[in-house]
Design a protein around this ligand. Sequence first.
Ligand code: PLP
Length: 284
Amino acid sequence: RIAYVNGTYQPHNGATVHIEDRGFQFADGVYEVWSVFDGRLADFEGHMTRLARSLTELRIPIPMTAQALERVLKETIRRNRVRNGIVYLQVTRGTSPRDHAFPKDTPPSVIVTSKTIDLGKGEALAAKGAAGVTMPDIRWGRCDIKTVGLLPNVLAKQAAREKGAYECLMVDDMGLVTEGSSTNAWIVDENGKLRTRDTQANILRGITRTAILKLAEAEGIELDERPFSVDEAKRAKEVFVTAASSFVMPIVSLDGSKIADGKPGPVATRLRQVYLEQARRDAV
Ligand code: PLP
């Protein structure tokens, strides 16, 4: 495998950044993940726009033009011979002697990796449905920025894994679900309305979330962009999560209690299908 590191392509197993990289010492950086279909990038523009916003919010200089970045992403995909999988981009505030305050005249560090993903495995899990658990959301107040500071998300995902579950839904002080550890969370509520938390409320504006909102509207599904509680999720007709790497994943149990009949529902199944069709068709 090959990784892009600050202007050069290197063998993945020996690729390194400096020990004083601020991403390493302070989690002072941001990232994006694109899914790759037939060697092409899904929703290139959406992720690029969010990347620019994350960098601007943290006052990290934009490291290169969108065009140059597209070339690097595609070259990394090509050199790794990835047909279907993901490409990961990380931009940090660069390498400088450790000091909390921003360094002067330091170029950002840029790394890109890409790997193949077996789409069949995800399809099989989506057909069966995945298990979910819940945990308190212990994150900071800027979850709208896609930073590499993911320790609460790591702990949440690990809690899910230790309980044999696929994803952990994080819950605020009011008992309302914020989002998954690496996904946005949705339900089809008891009235048949599609619900997901609004993005004013300290969550990541998922690129897949935005695509699903549009597709749901086109499908004539009634939408309610409003948070839901753990209790509402447990009583819901359907629960599912969305992300660039897992698309739409039905959640068929939550903290051990079955959602509806314990099988993936029609809304999640349909949205997964139309999302995949569109993402494949529009990939660049
Ligand atoms: N929420 C969190 C906390 C995430 O980490 C992610 C993806 O990594 C998402 C939501 C989904 O975002 P996207 O659809 O852009 O992949």
